[in-house]
Ligand binder design. Structure first.
Ligand SMILES: CC(=O)N[C@H](C=O)[C@@H](O)[C@H](O)[C@H](O)COP(=O)(O)O
Length: 229
């Protein structure tokens, strides 16, 4: 049994302010912790969170597993890009550390395998590999990832930039891999959640469609006369 068993068959809610919006009013660890608490009350089996302060605040507030990451930079590898970021996320209280495991160069010059090792040496946290292709997923498992997520499909040059989630990659990975595969990236509704589980997902992560009033409002406003007139 690992903490990943707590996620099986459930919905994970990603509580993060918009990365490209420094003035997102939701950018506050207290606010994110309240959003996380509401998500857990609604049935979320785990919370995904970005940044050491948010990870710590959410960990202190909810009693479900916390998947922690540290976003740094915006080009290339930006989700927990270095071993130091990964260790920091684990020490801030993440039960599972989400780390970019794409095949792009990492800013600290270390490999994904090294990063996994660094987390193992400092904590009991598990490592979730955020990938964008089948090849990256296979390599991540060989390098020691405890689970894989489709998080970065659509955000790298080697993956399709679709509006919706990459269910095709998900289905291929669930057949191929021996570790849990988590569906993440542009899941918006119950139909897509059902499709992900039908494709063998261990859990589904939803973010902006649940936790970002800024993102949700911006999607709705264009349908109003005020916006089009
Ligand atoms: C690519 C990238 O940076 N993904 C990040 C991963 O942590 C978040 O910004 C995602 O938006 C979130 O986890 C899932 O949100 P949605 O369900 O809206 O795709």
């Amino acid at each position: 049994m690992t903490i990943l068993d707590d996620l099986r068959g459930g919905l994970v809610i990603s509580c993060q302010p918009l990365p490209d919006e420094p003035d997102d009013p939701m950018r506050d660890p207290y606010v994110q912790a309240r959003v996380a608490a509401a998500a857990v009350r609604g049935g979320a089996v785990a919370i995904r969170a970005n940044g050491l302060a948010d990870i710590a605040a959410i960990r202190a507030t909810v009693d479900v597993p916390v998947i922690g990451l540290v976003k740094a930079g915006s080009d290339g590898v930006f989700i927990t890009p270095t071993a130091t970021h990964a260790v920091d996320a684990a020490l801030a209280g993440a039960h599972i550390v989400a780390v970019d495991a794409t095949d792009r160069p990492r800013p600290d010059g270390r490999s994904f395998a090294d990063t996994v090792q660094a987390v193992r040496e400092c904590s009991r946290a598990l490592v979730l590999a955020d990938i964008s292709t089948e090849q990256e997923a296979v390599a991540a498992v060989e390098a020691g990832a405890d689970a894989v997520a489709t998080t970065l499909s659509g955000y790298t040059p080697d993956s399709p930039a679709t509006d919706g989630p990459d269910l095709d990659l998900l289905a291929r990975l669930t057949k191929l891999l021996s570790v849990p595969v988590i569906a993440e990236g542009r899941y918006r509704d119950t139909e897509q959640i059902g499709e992900a589980f039908a494709a063998g997902a261990h859990a589904v992560v939803m973010g902006n469609a649940v936790t970002s009033p800024l993102w949700i409002t911006r999607r709705l406003v264009p349908a109003t006369p005020r916006a089009t007139g």
